[in-house]
Write a protein that binds this ligand. Structure first.
Ligand SMILES: C[S@@+](CC[C@H](N)C(=O)[O-])C[C@H]1O[C@@H](n2cnc3c(N)ncnc32)[C@H](O)[C@@H]1O
Length: 272
């Protein structure tokens, strides 16, 4: 974050610049841990990398800037055409190709990727029946034998009832409710052990895990409330007026939910 971004974020969160800096300082050792793991999983990869569910492309940018070789190739998937188009325009890097594709129908040959990776994607994963193993089968197909599959996602470890104990946990329920408005199922938050089981069910071996305990973000509720208010018209456009009830109930719950953060976990393994 540059100075301007820190100021804007502090203001939108209702916190002082000192509080903002203190929080960013706490993130430094976690960034280092993340960097070590990403260097490890990218080392020796000499085929294209597939990123699942880029969203606004923050992680995509990071992969291109820090980990993908200059002659490498990165495919990233996004199931929503309008999001995919914005993404391709926003990241003009020749090594990047945005696939407008659901993860279950990838336009790539068998064994063509050396690494499949996603960040903050699986808890948000939407499919017809909520069967994540089935939804990810095609991602396993495109991974070369010996290739690495990396899940990097939010987890609900440390909470009994994540939706009432953590504002971020409550926030994540919204994605489940939005998917339901479309008659679909969003996987939602899970425990680390669920991701390990998922990797086992997908047939990966040599599974490793690392948890990054994220510090609570000061001003999270205020920041997210402002953000959701800004996005409300776009949500209504996509889901109709019924989305207002989802947003209103989230705003009300935010007022009584502790502003605690969720941990992030890396879970990675090899395809046999
Ligand atoms: C939280 S965002 C991803 C954030 C991003 N990876 C990052 O780290 O900045 C989750 C994205 O997953 C996409 N998504 C949900 N279900 C999907 C599926 N079955 N296949 C592909 N993309 C999916 C959504 O459209 C959304 O853009």
């Amino acid at each position: 974050m540059d100075e301007k971004e820190i100021l804007a974020w502090a203001e939108a969160s209702g916190i002082s610049v000192e509080q903002a800096r203190e929080y960013l300082k706490k993130l430094e050792p976690l960034d280092k841990k993340e960097d070590d793991i990403l260097r490890e999983v990218f080392s020796g990869v000499n085929r294209p990398v597939l990123e699942l569910s880029a969203g606004r492309g923050e992680f995509t940018r990071q992969l291109l800037e820090k980990y993908l070789k200059p002659e490498g190739k990165l495919y990233t998937t996004e199931r929503l055409p309008e999001v995919a188009e914005k993404l391709a325009q926003a990241i003009p890097d020749k090594r990047l190709e945005v696939l407008v594709s659901d993860s279950s129908t990838l336009p790539l040959p068998d064994g063509s990727a050396g690494l499949v990776i996603s960040r903050a994607a699986l808890h948000d994963f939407v499919s017809d029946d909520g069967d994540v193993v089935k939804a990810l089968e095609d991602c396993v197909r495109v991974l070369v034998p010996g290739g690495t599959f990396v899940i990097y996602d939010k987890i609900k470890d440390g909470y009994q009832d994540v939706e009432t104990e953590s504002a971020e946990g409550r926030m994540e329920r919204m994605n489940v409710e939005l998917a339901a408005l479309e008659g679909k199922v969003c996987w939602g938050l899970h425990f680390l052990k669920d991701y390990v089981r998922l990797m086992e069910e997908m047939g990966f071996s040599d599974i490793k895990t690392t948890v990054l305990e994220m510090p609570d973000q000061p001003g999270y509720v205020r920041y997210m409330t402002g953000n959701l208010n800004e996005r409300r018209p776009a949500y209504v456009k996509r889901w109709g007026e019924k989305v207002n009830a989802v947003l209103d109930s989230l705003a009300a719950d935010f007022q009584k939910t502790p502003p605690r953060a969720l941990s992030m976990a890396f879970v990675w393994g090899k395809k046999l």
